[in-house]
Write a protein that binds this ligand. Structure first.
Ligand code: GLN
Length: 308
């Protein structure tokens, strides 16, 4: 949060606000930990100070927002189910603290696994040395989370990040600036591979968390998701697979032999995605991986040698 000094409250006022917020969280069935998480982000308090309530005796606590504004946003958490990450404007993801707004999907903990899967796929490849260098792409980058994870994991690679939303790209670029990885990253507005035609056949890997929710399921998601997160990042068409089908079809002309193809998908889609990859004919070593909840969540493949 910027400009914390501009909004100062007394520890006692904040202590009183916290008590009311905790009670309201319980009454509205919102995890109570969200209150302290907000206070850590917005008032810079640490967990110990919150636990011992030692901040109560501070005469001044500098905040990133005025107490009125914080309370207004908290009322939207309760009433409109506004996600707490959009209130704080940040979310933790892997080793990053990422800026988020309602222009981007809040990066999910399970998506963190994509980076570990990419690293393992490279390590297991006969072309490991070449793959850890060269060009990687995050298609539909949103907040830039996956692109940043790749930049961090592959220090010799150049990371390309594509999104069709200019608003999302602005957030991704800001996150890249904040993490100091921006020098090895490139940003493009466009549809999937389209802005990258000059690099056809050269990519070491593609990673994507595309929209994959079937259109008729989108309205049934939690209100936090359906009322506040961008549908562009969620709605995958009639069966949820529109974007994934496109990525399967087009990627072989952009990836190098043995290049890595890796996506996140929804529970229940693994079989269909595996069949589509097989049917396309250019992929080998097709694998499905589960997330930490045991849900088949990721599909991984490589471009078969001699197929491109
Ligand atoms: N995992 C997200 C959710 O829980 C969906 C992300 C996506 O469609 N790529 O809503």
């Amino acid at each position: 949060m910027t400009n914390r000094q501009a909004n100062v409250v007394s520890g006692l006022q904040l202590w009183q606000w916290r008590i009311k917020a905790n009670q309201a969280a319980i009454a509205h069935n919102i995890p109570i930990v969200e209150v302290d998480w907000l206070l850590q982000e917005i008032a810079g308090l640490d967990r110990l100070a919150l636990r011992l309530e030692s901040f109560k005796d501070c005469s001044e606590v500098p905040m990133g927002l005025s107490l009125d504004k914080l309370d207004q946003l908290w009322q939207r958490r309760l009433g409109d189910r506004l996600p707490v990450q959009y209130i704080a404007g940040v979310t933790p993801w892997r080793n990053f603290r990422l800026t988020v707004s309602s222009a981007v999907l809040i990066p999910r903990p399970e998506t963190e696994c994509l980076i570990d899967l990419a690293v393992a796929a490279v390590a297991n490849s006969e072309s490991a040395l070449q793959l850890q260098q060269g060009h990687w792409v995050d298609l539909g980058t949103g907040s830039g989370a996956i692109a940043l994870g790749l930049a961090d994991a592959f220090p010799e690679a150049t990371i390309h990040a594509v999104d069709c939303s200019l608003e999302a790209l602005a957030i991704a670029q800001q996150n890249a600036q904040n993490t100091g990885l921006v020098d090895r990253m490139r940003f493009y507005q466009g549809r999937w591979w389209e802005p990258l035609t000059l690099l056809k056949g050269q990519f070491s890997g593609m990673v994507s968390n595309p929209p994959y929710i079937p259109s008729d399921i989108v309205p049934t998601l939690q209100p936090e998701v359906v009322n506040h997160e961008p549908h562009l990042a969620l709605d995958g068409g009639a069966d949820g697979l529109d974007a994934i089908r496109h990525l399967i079809e087009v990627a072989p002309s952009y990836l190098r032999p043995e290049g890595i193809w890796l996506i996140e998908m929804m529970a229940g889609q693994a079989e269909a995605v595996q069949a589509l990859l097989l049917q396309q004919g250019s992929y080998s070593n097709i694998q499905i991986h589960s997330d930490l909840a045991g849900i088949e969540r990721f599909a991984l493949a490589e471009i078969a040698r001699g197929m491109v």
